[in-house]
Design a binder for this molecule. Structure first.
Ligand code: FES
Length: 514
């Protein structure tokens, strides 16, 4: 049994593996394509390009596969929640069909790759099921099934599942899959190097100089000169006046790995009404466990994040009768205005810089879609999905409505945080307690760690000045505006912010001495 308790938010995927380590970049480099971001998107893109004879360098700010890729539930499916009826309504049947085709090809490509390379990544073919427990959402499931009909997606609509999940109805797509994402990617990493690619960890890109030749600049001052740059950093680390922070919003969600008392029949499930619940099984130390996910909310907003894990525990107990839950973790996902990712040229004025972002929660297939599309764009090959995913697309409705509400929400948070002056004082914080505190009559953020050390930061987000909120589940400061996250010591966990929160420990010391 792994030595984990629910108090430690660590995903299962990385825990039991010895992962390869790569050096940090120590000198300037010249390659054909620099790929920034070592998650599944960056690795897949680097793999495909290297296989085609392109000289690539793949860099990551910390360790590879440690962002959203390492915190996924790893469902390999075209069933991306309720989406196809909405896509037909908003974008038209042709675009909805392209979306399905792109992801279906991704599922088939991944299966064939696993088969061809004989990768032992716990792949198993599974059906994917959406189920509803309310009348309102049962009707939506019926509409989704009608959309499947229009798009030629095979499915089964039923009123009763083998597992009793309280469903009124459910729609199932056969022949999807689940797997272990890190084991899968290790094969690609090996092949990137075998094909002459270079890989660097602890190498943070901070800027792109897009002059005569695009150049990635690292935090330590090294430069990677290249013909093309791929940004695969989840939130793009470089915006190029694409205003991505106004066109996406960030959500957090939570996962528990549980040892079920009741047998689990092995399907992949997603409850579509609120609160959403995602289920799939996974093998840990030769025993079957169930991954239960859900409790999505906008980053930096909502209840004490520990309550989300408690809600998942309650669900697990009620539906599965839980004996043990050795792992828990959370993930961050980005959603675009029309729910279709941005994959392609960053902006029209930066065509040599390419980006892939905004996968909603469906990065396992979209990373493969992105890898192939970026590969084709870089090698100037035709790709049928270029227009669908183009970041420069303009689809007026519902994009404009969502754009306005997303940004009005930001304005509200900007104002609200500035007006609030906390009553708590930093010195009153208990061990492992974090919260907004007052320092010199201003709002600050305090956390007392397990050793009793106090960490006090300025709660003004270094991206655009919103006030960050405490995330007790992950011990981070999260920004409600565009989803930046900071460790309790102020360092950046996740962008768009690039700079750490200002440390106020000295100010606190001065004020207590005066
Ligand atoms: Fe934009 Fe914080 S992430 S203001």
């Amino acid at each position: 049994m792994p030595d984990r308790t629910p108090q430690q938010p660590e995903p299962f995927w990385r825990d039991h593996l010895t992962l390869p380590q790569y050096p940090s970049l120590q000198e300037d480099l010249e390659v054909d394509v620099a790929i920034v971001g070592g998650g599944i998107t960056g690795i897949t893109t680097a793999f495909l390009l290297a296989e085609s004879g392109v000289k690539v360098a793949l860099i990551d700010a910390s360790r590879l596969m440690n962002g959203t890729t390492g915190h996924t539930t790893a469902k390999m499916t075209v069933q991306h929640d309720l989406i196809y009826d909405e896509l037909i309504g908003n974008l038209g049947e042709e675009h909805a069909k392209l979306y399905y085709q792109a992801n279906n090809e991704a599922v088939e490509w991944m299966k064939a790759f696993i088969q061809k390379e004989q990768i032992s990544c716990d792949f198993s073919e599974r059906s994917a099921t959406l189920y509803a427990t309310t009348d309102q959402y049962a009707k939506k499931i019926e509409k989704e099934a009608k959309a499947y009909d229009k798009l030629g997606i095979p499915y089964k609509l039923e009123n009763k599942l083998e597992m009793n999940l309280g469903e009124l109805n459910a729609v199932t797509i056969p022949n999807q899959g689940q797997y272990h994402p890190i084991r899968y990617l290790l094969t690609m990493l090996r092949d990137i190097e075998a094909n002459g690619g270079e890989i660097f960890e602890q190498t943070a890109a901070v800027d792109i100089e897009d002059d005569a030749q695009p150049t990635v600049v690292t935090r330590d001052g090294q430069k990677i000169r290249c013909e093309r740059v791929v940004i695969a950093t989840h939130f793009p680390f470089y915006d190029g006046l694409g205003f991505y922070f106004t066109r996406m919003y960030a959500e957090r969600s939570y996962v528990l790995a549980v040892k079920s008392k009741s047998p689990y029949n092995g399907g992949m499930f997603l409850k579509v009404d609120s609160p959403s619940r995602s289920l799939r099984d996974v093998t840990i130390n030769d025993e079957q466990y169930v991954l239960i996910g859900g409790e999505s909310h906008k980053t930096g907003q909502g209840i004490d994040t520990r309550k989300h894990y408690e809600a998942l525990e309650t669900f697990a107990r009620e539906k599965l009768g839980v004996a043990d839950y050795p792992y828990r973790w959370s993930a961050q996902d980005l959603t675009t205005l029309d729910k279709v990712p941005y994959i392609g040229h960053l902006t029209e004025s930066h065509p040599r810089v390419l980006v892939a972002t905004g996968f909603r929660k469906w990065g396992m297939t979209h990373s493969t879609v992105a890898g192939h599309l970026l590969h084709d764009l870089i090698l100037e090959k035709q790709n049928p999905y270029e227009e669908l995913y183009s970041p420069s697309r303009f689809r007026p409705d519902p994009s404009i409505r969502r754009f306005l509400s997303t940004n009005a929400d930001v304005a509200g948070h900007l104002l609200k945080g500035k007006l609030e002056l906390p009553v708590s004082q930093p010195e009153n914080l208990k061990y492992d307690e974090g919260r907004p505190v007052a320092v010199n009559g201003r709002r600050a953020g305090g956390y007392r760690d397990h050793d009793g050390k106090l960490h006090v930061v300025d709660t003004t987000c270094t991206h655009m000045g919103c006030e960050v909120e405490w995330n007790a589940g992950d011990r981070t400061w999260d920004c409600p505006c565009h989803g930046s996250r900071f460790h309790y010591d102020g360092s950046v966990v996740e962008g768009p912010a690039k700079k750490p929160l200002k440390l106020l420990n000295q100010e606190l010391k001065n004020s207590s001495e005066s």
